[in-house]
Design a protein around this ligand. Structure first.
Ligand code: PLP
Length: 382
């Protein structure tokens, strides 16, 4: 069998339309979008096209979309920008123990500058309840950030109910959602769901790496992270990544109609269920960490007496690519923060792998992968 790529939560293979568009724009429309002449205008048109399409998809206004260098930057901008701009209203912030490091560490750094942060602990499924959020809200709270889909476990947070809890308490508290793993898989309606800031990234949906966006509700003001030429309506200085932003468009257009229409990606969800059944029927003593309430593309499993890292490399020998955790930090073993937060028992902590799917994967590939995992485990246990 050819290569089986199952690390789609880390990054995805760019679509050929994406590659063509990036190349085309680099070759033909290399102008600086801020330039007044026609080359500038041509580059600017590419940016506006993607902005408009993303805005329509999210059911927001184009003026509420700001392009950045990716999910990491959008998260930092949203969190630090809001906290710093509204610190006179209060200095209490809320997030969770299972956020991506670009959120978690942004809060750690805000803590160092004097903000007080509450880190909510999820239940054993990796889910945060509106009740526990309710208890954490205080008169001094100015910002809450909770991810839509956890990148390690796939757990799907009840974002709309969490937003309702916040807004019932106070309309002055801002709600940020890291939707990097949700875009393209789950319908996103920030305005309808009372979300003030929402982060997305192109390379998780077969778009180019190094391109992201932040939705920020009209009327909100945040402090920019970068000083410079005032691009993106003064929020994100620096010459825009025009080819990358243009290449984001075909990736957005490729999102299944069904997701835009309001339901999750059923084809992917059924491939995930098929794979989980295969795993349960083939591999003994396996623990499935991904809960029922989860995104359609992530499967996190643990095996006792085995190191996830060893299994990842063993599978690589057969051209099967999975992960031990989020690629951004898997080498630092920080992923244990998330596994510990769901109280995964000690014997399973080391033996965890993440299998993440895309629409390009097939049932045959998944059958073959599960068979190979069993083969490798049997061999490694000898
Ligand atoms: C949930 C989540 N947030 C943020 C990021 C960071 O996005 P980017 O790689 O575009 O900086 C990732 C990437 O793995 C992620 O999974």
């Amino acid at each position: 069998m050819d290569e089986i790529y199952l690390d789609n939560a880390a990054t995805t293979r760019p679509l050929s339309e994406v590659i063509n568009r990036v190349t085309e724009v680099m070759e033909n429309d290399f102008g600086n979008p801020s330039s007044l002449h026609h080359r500038g205008a041509a580059a600017e048109r590419h940016i506006q096209q993607t902005r408009k399409f993303l805005a329509t998809l999210l059911e927001v206004k184009p003026g509420e979309i700001y392009f950045t260098s990716g999910g990491t930057e959008s998260n930092n901008l949203a969190l630090k920008g809001t906290a710093l701009n509204y610190k006179n209203r209060g200095q209490h912030l809320i997030t969770t123990q299972i956020e991506h490091p670009s959120v978690y560490n942004a809060f750690k750094s805000l803590e160092e500058t004097g903000f007080k942060v509450t880190y909510l602990q999820p239940d054993s499924r990796g889910i945060i309840s509106p009740q526990q959020l309710q208890k954490a809200l205080k008169p001094e709270t100015i910002l809450v950030s909770i991810m839509y889909v956890n990148n390690e476990l796939g757990s799907l947070e009840p974002v709309s109910k969490l937003a309702q809890t916040i807004k019932n308490y106070s309309r002055d508290i801002f709600f940020h959602v890291d939707a990097v793993q949700a875009l393209g898989k789950i319908p996103l309606h920030p305005q309808q769901d009372n979300i003030d800031l929402l982060t997305v990234s192109a390379h998780k949906i077969n778009g180019p790496q190094g391109v992201g966006a932040l939705y920020m509700k009209n009327g909100m003001m945040i402090k920019p992270l970068l000083e410079g030429g005032g691009q993106e309506r003064d929020l994100r200085s620096g010459t825009e990544n025009t080819p990358g932003i243009a290449g984001f468009l075909p990736a957005l257009k490729n999102i299944p109609k069904q997701v835009n229409g309001g339901s999750t990606d059923e084809q992917l969800a059924s491939l995930k269920q098929f794979t989980i059944r295969q795993i349960q029927n083939t591999i003994s003593r396996v623990q499935i960490n991904t809960p029922q309430q989860s995104a359609p593309h992530i499967i996190n499993i643990s095996l006792p007496d085995i190191k996830g890292e060893v299994l990842v490399h063993a599978l690589e020998e057969d051209d099967i690519y999975v992960s031990t955790g989020s690629a951004c930090h898997s080498r630092q073993k920080i992923n244990n923060r998330i596994l510990k937060a769901i109280n995964l028992s000690e014997k399973y902590l080391e033996g965890t792998i993440r299998i993440s799917l895309s629409a390009l994967n097939t049932k045959q590939e998944m059958e073959h992968t599960v068979h190979k995992i069993k083969e490798k485990i049997d061999y490694l246990h000898i």
